[in-house]
Design a protein around this ligand. Sequence first.
Ligand SMILES: [Zn+2]
Length: 147
Amino acid sequence: MEKVIQCPICGDIDHCFEDNQGDYSSFMCFKCGYMSDTRFNKEHDKEANQNTAVLINQIKKWDNDREIYWYPSVVNMGKLGMIFPNGDQNDWKWNFAKVKPVKEHTEATKGYDNFLDIDNADEYEKDDFISAIKDMGITKDLNNAKN
Ligand SMILES: [Zn+2]
């Protein structure tokens, strides 16, 4: 069951969803791009820490009401590309890197037709995750979530 909630991170009331799976709920805000889960408590965070990028750790947010951490999303959609936070904790933006065909092969690209062009990623403001998602072309899923 999915319902709209007020985002505890950015305060948006239209784009933040709670998806109840029975034993747990997951959360996703399409405005600020933060996501969470009722299982993301302090203990979970300690374990997850070891495998999480430094920036994600630095900009995660504590949700006092639910007693869980919210993390910025990393959306890897294969051929559609990847959306991730980039920068440092005081000045970061959403980046959308597209998958592009390899034109001139180097040692590193041998055997690959495409690569993720992180160096030329498009940038979006912190509160504009939704534009990155739209440009990626997965708004259809977002509209479904609203219904
Ligand atoms: Zn939000």
